[in-house]
Design a protein. Structure first.
Lengths: 491, 172
């Protein structure tokens, strides 16, 4: 045994004499960090790095099989799913790894923001981090395109339609993005190059810069209320603290980092094993018109926003609001680079985080439900519930047929089934009088198309007769108020 | 100015010349290498030139008063386009020689709109845009009606001018 370790030592020594790597890296690994930063709150950065490494490794393995050509990409994904050794699991790992990376990176960003770590002298670390976040979202979008299914095809359509809204350069942007006049083979090649060469290159370079800055400037100390960052005194105070009460990064802080890194990788391994890969969902054939494209979860909030914004604000928010948000994130340390670090003394920061998290998660949840999307097959797939036709007069039954045949339930639900674009029809008779029902059907309004040209008078008559029956048994239909006759004045 | 610095400029040395030459050559090499690189990235920008007349089918295959799905092959297809070489559009025949040919892409964000002959509406599955049978906006977020192809009837065949992804920046 002693002989073996002796042998190992001599091999290591042989390399060390030639490379000097241990001598160069030891100070970086064992440098002192403030004692309280050896905390579970500080593990998200290294956890993100672990997932990035996993993404690179699984990505390379996928590239061994994946064919980045529009006519074969889909089949190669099916081959990965069904036949290639570990192909199914690798696709699952890459998908869940990307979800995990976006999630853990977001946690890292929120922690860094709440701990004031972006303040002097770590402004550039934050800026590099924001760029890393944007690149990761870029990887998420381009990766979704490489899945080359219906969602990818129409996702590109959405991306191109957003780009097209840019004034003057809109058309140029669309062509550069798609690699041609329309979504086709050259588009996939472009996104493959972006996903596999361009963005990963930038990511690796920025990660290097980010880590170098963390090493050079030291891990952000645990923020204490009242300990204000001042450009004159900060660095000396930080060095004093590390000198007085520091612990070596390795192994004291690194222990928790290692646990964190292993935990996220294990979580991804587990999710991948249980839930498997995502798609591919349907051949990217644009002549198949029953597609209902949905983005992956990272873009669900944007997807929801684009459905819910008043139409006239969309272009402004896309072209001005989003770049402004990114600029604001990048510039944050430049205008808030000093002062309090502790979240206890930064109510605006805490409220912003709460607000942003609430808005993004609410929008994403709405994106999952997408109540604004018509249920495209309601006219054929959903039967009129039996209680709604029992005991109805023939004319009312005719009306129920109109509801069914004219796809009313694409947007209106009956008994909880159907679209949610418009109000549920249960109880509609308690809200609208007969005249109001007729007017609404004929003229539309309030986001409802006008059906005046598409319904015969007899159909309208039957439809309204049916709608008038839609009220709870204990609540009568609403009647038009009887307006009292004006009293004639007699002079 | 300090007197010491007033000495005449030193004559151009061999090293100085080499350094300048190195800089100039590198700049020239980078510029020359940049031309094909930038050129290939922006190569696909061809503006409105990228359009062609495409045959959709015999006029007789589109019954008057109806709206039907028609498909065609992208005129600028490459051999490896696979299923994405196909493109769909909605053809509405109003009268004998009167047509409307709509792009399948919603004017909002490009999702595929579907025709419902019973309610005579186009509906979009993404954000709920709806259009009347003449392509005009009925409800939802679209900022305009459906994109319409230019069409021609030649020798009993319906032709449309297309080949571009219809967007707000370049309708059809």
């Amino acid at each position: 045994m002693a002989k073996l370790t002796g042998g190992l030592r001599s091999v290591v020594g042989w390399f060390e004499v030639r490379t000097g790597l241990a001598e160069a890296l030891t100070p970086a690994v064992t440098h002192s960090v403030p004692r309280r930063t050896a905390s579970w709150w500080y593990v998200f950065g290294s956890a993100t790095l672990a997932l990035f490494a996993l993404q690179i490794a699984t990505g390379i393995c996928l590239a061994l099989v994946y064919v980045p050509a529009a006519d074969q990409a889909y089949q190669s994904l099916q081959y990965l799913n069904d036949q290639a050794a570990f192909g199914w699991y690798l696709r699952a790992l890459h998908f869940w790894g990307s979800n995990g990376m976006v999630l853990v990176m977001t946690l890292h960003m929120l922690q860094v923001f709440l701990f004031g770590a972006y303040k002097y002298p770590r402004e550039l670390t934050w800026i590099a981090g924001v760029l890393l976040f944007l690149c990761t979202l870029g990887m998420a979008f381009t990766g979704q395109i490489l899945r080359w299914d219906q969602d990818a095809y129409w996702g590109l359509g959405i991306g191109a339609s957003i780009a097209a809204r840019a004034p003057v350069v809109g058309s140029t942007l669309v062509h550069v993005l798609l690699g041609g006049p329309i979504i086709a083979g050259r588009t996939l090649s472009r996104f493959f190059a972006l996903h596999v060469f361009v963005i990963p290159g930038i990511l690796i370079a920025l990660t290097g810069l980010h880590l170098w800055l963390v090493l050079r400037l030291g891990v952000n100390e645990w923020p204490m209320p009242g300990r204000v960052v001042d450009r004159e005194t900060y660095r000396k105070r930080y060095e004093d603290e590390v000198h007085r009460d520091g612990v070596p990064f390795f192994p004291v802080a690194a222990r928790k980092d290692m646990v964190g890194m292993a935990a996220v990788v294990l979580a991804v391994l587990t999710c991948a094993a249980i839930f498997g890969p995502n798609g591919p969902h349907g051949v990217p054939d644009p002549t198949v018109t029953d597609a209902s494209p949905r983005p992956d979860f990272y873009f669900l909030s944007l997807f929801a926003l684009l459905a819910l914004l008043p139409p006239w604000t969309e272009t402004v928010i896309l072209l001005v609001g989003m770049p402004l948000t990114i600029a604001l994130l990048l510039a944050l340390p430049l205008f808030a680079g000093t002062g309090e670090k502790s979240w206890r003394r930064r109510p605006v920061a805490v409220l912003s985080v709460v607000l942003i998290v609430l808005v993004v998660t609410t929008l994403a949840a709405l994106g999952v439900m997408s109540p604004w999307s018509p249920v495209m097959d309601a006219g054929t797939a959903l039967a009129t519930p039996v209680p709604y036709v029992q005991g109805r007069a023939p004319l009312e039954l005719q009306g129920a047929l109109v509801v069914q045949n004219k796809q009313c339930r694409n947007c209106h639900s009956l008994d909880g089934e159907g679209g949610r674009r418009g109000p549920a029809l249960d109880g509609v008779a308690t809200r609208l009088t007969r005249d109001q029902l007729i007017r609404q059907v004929l003229q539309g309004g309030g986001n409802m198309p006008a059906y005046g040209k598409n319904l015969a008078p007899a159909e309208v008559n039957a439809l309204v007769a049916f709608l008038e029956t839609l009220h709870p048994p204990n609540q009568p239909p609403v009647r038009a108020p009887v307006t009292p006759r004006p009293v004639a004045h007699q002079n | 100015m300090c007197a010491n610095h007033d000495s005449p400029p030193s004559p151009p040395s061999r090293r100085g010349f080499l350094f300048t030459l190195g800089l100039a050559l590198s700049a020239a090499a980078a510029t020359l290498a940049g031309i094909p690189i930038i050129g290939s990235i922006f190569g696909p920008v061809r503006g409105r030139a990228g359009q062609a007349w495409i045959k959709l089918g015999a006029v007789g295959s589109f019954p008057a008063g109806q709206t039907r799905l028609a498909t065609y092959e992208n005129p600028f297809r490459v051999a490896w386009d696979g299923p994405t070489a196909k493109i769909a559009c909605w053809v509405r025949r109003i009268g004998d020689d009167q047509f409307q040919v709509f792009a399948i892409n919603c004017a909002h964000l490009g999702c595929p709109v579907r025709w419902f002959p019973q309610s005579r509406l186009f509906m979009c599955p993404c954000h709920g845009g709806a259009y009347y049978e003449d392509g005009s906006r009925a409800s939802g977020p679209p900022p305009r009606g459906l994109f319409e192809y230019e069409y021609q009837i030649r020798e009993g065949q319906l032709w449309v001018r297309g080949g571009q992804l219809p967007t707000l920046a370049g309708p059809v």
